[in-house]
Design a protein around this ligand. Structure first.
Ligand code: FE
Length: 196
């Protein structure tokens, strides 16, 4: 049995990125609906893509468009783990699957980086967006110190290959990085997920 949810989402996303007539707001609108329906029920994520690491958060590539037009990634936060302050350079949609995460937006100021609004907590089924036009710099943390949280991220590019930046919270110093992915294999879309 195929992993219907993942397969259907990937097929719909492939059709969406084919559309030449849509601008970013319309793409994001449709992408948000697809991700919201993907995270509406936590019964499809393969176990291998849900495994935390004791030290660092994990980013498992679930599917990468062969033409680098989008990538779908499972972010697994161990207890208390968080990202540095970072940007994306492409649009992104974040859907909360399990646990909860805290999203703190930042902007570049003359002093370095400063908070660009209040923290937002994302809970299962909820969806948020990032993009260079909406606000692209943030820090994401697991809300919990005693449990794993997982969010599913969709990006308008191959996020693991894109050169991006992290920012020092005090000095604002900017350093470039390319994240890559934590996994060396991707899910078999034609196989029943073994999860939770
Ligand atoms: Fe991010």
């Amino acid at each position: 049995m195929p992993n219907e949810k993942l397969l259907m989402t990937v097929a719909s996303l492939s059709r969406l990125v084919e559309r030449q007539d849509l601008h970013e707001p319309q793409v994001l609108e449709q992408a948000k609906e697809l991700i919201a329906s993907l995270v509406a029920k936590d019964d499809w994520l393969p176990e291998d893509m849900a495994r935390p690491d004791p030290q660092y958060y994990r980013q498992y590539l679930l599917y990468g468009d062969p033409l680098d037009r989008f990538s779908l990634v499972s972010f697994v936060w161990g207890p208390g783990q968080k990202t540095p302050i970072h940007d994306h350079t492409v649009w992104g949609v974040i859907g909360m699957l399990r646990g909860a995460e805290v999203d703190q937006p930042f902007r570049i100021s003359e002093h370095g980086v400063e908070a660009a609004g209040p923290e937002k907590t994302l809970r299962p089924g909820e969806v948020a967006c990032v993009s260079p036009t909406l606000g692209d710099i943030h820090r994401v943390s697991n809300l919990y110190d005693d449990q794993v949280s997982i969010s599913i991220h969709l990006y308008g590019g191959n996020i693991g290959r894109i050169q991006r930046s992290v920012y020092d919270p005090t000095t604002g110093e900017r350093k470039q990085f390319i994240s890559g992915y934590s996994n060396i294999t991707t899910p078999n879309l034609w196989c029943t997920p073994v999860s939770v």
